[in-house]
Write a protein that binds this ligand. Sequence first.
Ligand SMILES: *Cc1c(COP(=O)(O)O)cnc(C)c1O
Length: 401
Amino acid sequence: MTSFDIPEALVRAEIDEAALRDNAAALASQLAPARLKCVVKANAYGHGVDIVAPALFAAGRREFCVATIPEALELRSLLGPEAEILAWLYGPTTDLDEAVRAGIELGVSTVASLDRLAAAAQRTGTTARLHLKIDTGLGRNGLAPDALVRAFEWLRRAAEDGCPDIRVVGIMSHFAVADEPERPETAAQSAVFSSAHGQLRAVLDAADGRLGDSEALDVHIANSPGALTLGPCPGTSARVGLALYGLSPLEGTDSEALGLRPALRLLSTVINLKDIPAGHGASYGLTFTAATDTRFALVPGGYGDGLPRAASNRAEVAIRGRRYPVVGRIAMDQMIIDIGAGNEDVAIGDEVVIFGPGGPSAAEWGIWADTINYEIVTQLSARVHRCVRNDGTDVTEGGGR
Ligand SMILES: *Cc1c(COP(=O)(O)O)cnc(C)c1O
């Protein structure tokens, strides 16, 4: 086997750990007395879970959420036994033993999952810790009212049978429209949730604490928009993803207005410059034609890095603090920037801020691509090199994804 020193990647995501820490601290104090759960699913929203999760853990955060069991197990190996890790998305045949053995808490959205969790607990000789997930109106995962009745019956029966391997440690739900504070559905969801919480407490109390302590239940329904728009935060904790990364989930409200700092800057480099005569086209399909003589800058970065091709001929990037348009189609690996005829301000080797502080926001890229900032950051591909920026100067190597 030969090993190579991989040269610096052309497209890199610089992660500002101080921004992550500060965002978490700001959110935690805003939520108090409810606690902050840090959502680091989907490779920490594209930021690199191997950078983000240890940074938050080092800053004292102990509660983490992911969607899937593979994500949860990876997180367990990154953070060790002291992190509290919750996962809620798995299928009817997903192996639960490993998760239970690793002390992963699981959201339960079907009655069948209760059977499977009890079996996994028994096989592994471990107590399974679960959060009942209630569908309060989103229509996605979670126990609908009829399934909730059956889940309560299941728990009552388990208590009678003396099932010692299951602990209900939480109850959770998820908002559908918390980013639109004027809509009435959020309060309606909260009411359904409160009622389910009351019923669960009664079930646990009737079981004399054998299935869990009704007083100690972790009660959580708020996501980023819920955490930012509802005061006080409903429940004992909130599962916050996007806002942790310093991005706004609220249309028309930017990060700064929320007291948050984007933690990711997506950077590239000008690698070629050329003078272009009027009438010359740009990129596949020649969807752009130069109206006048101009100068093109070539910038690595395309849909192979996760940039949306839909933003072709709409997006902008920043070079030396100035915005320039992306012209023509964004290709798999590169894009063309129109910097204007005779522009001597831009040189080969210049840093390009594709998005993040000093350039356009992920939200702007979302608008240009008819999507949202969530998708813009989460789509960043494995080819983008994630590195850590600590105090504005110190860039160290991060993980490889
Ligand atoms: C992704 C997710 C969250 C986090 O949502 P944000 O809007 O990013 O804060 C919380 N809960 C569940 C169930 C999720 O799927």
